[in-house]
Design a protein around this ligand. Structure first.
Ligand code: PEP
Ligand code: MN
Length: 367
């Protein structure tokens, strides 16, 4: 089955890897796999065995108990199986159990010591085992590149990438992770030959946002998906809000394939609108955060006895916005320069108005 997985990674587009966030029982694993295999749309199975949980005292996977079912599962459904590993001991157990591919979770990609140990072990076992490297939790391109360099240095030959977005605080609107498409784009430029899959599950965090996120990734022309699916998502022990029943997965994949063929539908309109709502919310949050900083500046200016409007600073800001409009700092150069100038004036005027308001308030309170 490893050869099948390698072949899919090299040639099948879009490549679909699906499966439960974590293996919870033999029944759940086999029922989920059976339903996924029946869709005819899934090329490989993902299944968590050791789960890196954010909080202690949560279900953290069945470990070796679950690995014991892998060979029987593969014989029955003829699907390659991938498992997440975070250290050499786990890689050893997973590979001995007949797992066909491994993935490195976002938390582990962040940890160079763990990676060196892990990659050295896998390379010694077999350098042709497919290893998928998820982006690190922080939007740090060098860290992600560093993980690939470590894997290459250890001698691993069959690498792939997974973009799953990055941790954010406060929440990025109603998504679980912040998309950071620019990170995926930069990584794709750095490694154009490595397949890159999207993990919409850990990015979206809820079922409803899976398709909008998948559609939002279209510009990147990624190579496929690694997505969570569970036979009974409502009862899932991990990530239950984002797991989908295999039948719902089919509908999501239909939307994805349609988009692949550029078929525009009312469904897609609704999905794009959901995404716009998410982005608008983020815009408003950012504007509010900016206004709060502006109000703090008002007090500093007052303390230093500076005028509200300082011409030099104003001229510099306008220049910076102009440069942005000319695309010096924007990857995407399709924002009109006049639009950005107008937006800058609007925001700046509102900032001045709020500063004046703050100063008026403090003038009254000091009387
Ligand atoms: C997972 O894929 O189950 C997982 C834990 O993902 P991540 O490392 O992206 O959080
Ligand atoms: Mn998960």
């Amino acid at each position: 089955m490893r050869a099948v997985l390698l072949n899919h990674l090299a040639h099948t587009r879009p490549l679909i890897i699906a499966g439960p966030c974590s293996i919870e029982s033999k029944e759940q694993l086999f029922a989920t796999t059976q339903a996924l295999a029946a869709t005819g749309l899934v090329h490989a199975l993902r299944a968590g065995v050791w789960k890196p949980r954010t909080q202690p005292d949560c279900f953290s996977g069945l470990g070796e108990e679950a690995l014991a079912w892998i060979r029987e599962l593969k014989a029955k459904y003829a699907l390659p199986v991938l498992v997440e590993v975070a250290n050499a001991a786990q890689a050893n157990k997973a590979l001995q159990a007949g797992v066909d591919g491994l993935w490195i979770g976002a938390r582990t990609t962040t940890n160079p010591f763990a990676l060196d140990e892990l990659f050295a072990y896998i390379a010694k076992f077999d350098a042709t085992i497919p290893v998928l490297i998820k982006n690190p939790l922080a939007p740090d391109l060098k860290l992600w590149i560093g993980a690939v360099l470590r894997a290459e240095k250890a001698g691993l030959l069959k690498l792939a990438l997974v973009h799953r977005g990055c941790a954010c605080y406060p929440n990025y609107a109603n998504l679980r992770s912040e998309p950071h498409w620019e990170l995926a784009r930069a990584m794709r430029q750095a490694y154009p030959k490595l397949p890159m899959l999207l993990d919409p599950s850990h990015l979206a965090g809820t079922r409803e946002l899976l398709l909008p996120i998948i559609l939002a990734s279209q510009d990147l022309a990624l190579d496929g998906l690694i997505i969570e699916s569970h036979i009974n998502p409502e009862q899932a022990l991990t990530d239950k809000a984002q797991q989908v029943h295999p039948e719902q997965l089919c509908r999501i994949l239909e939307g994805y394939f349609q988009a692949e063929q550029n078929v525009l539908s009312a469904n897609m309109l609704a999905n794009y609108r959901d995404l716009i709502d998410v982005l608008d919310q983020r815009l408003l949050q950012l504007l509010l955060a900016r206004m709060q900083v502006v109000e703090k500046i008002a007090h500093v200016k007052q303390h230093l006895d500076l005028p509200l409007l300082q011409q030099e600073r104003y001229a510099n800001m306008r220049k910076q916005w102009q440069q942005l409009a000319q695309g010096e700092n924007l990857q995407n150069q399709n924002l009109q320069s006049q639009f950005l100038q107008d937006l800058f004036e609007l925001i700046h005027n509102e900032s001045l108005r709020r500063q004046q308001l703050q100063l008026n308030k403090s003038a009254y309170s000091s009387e």
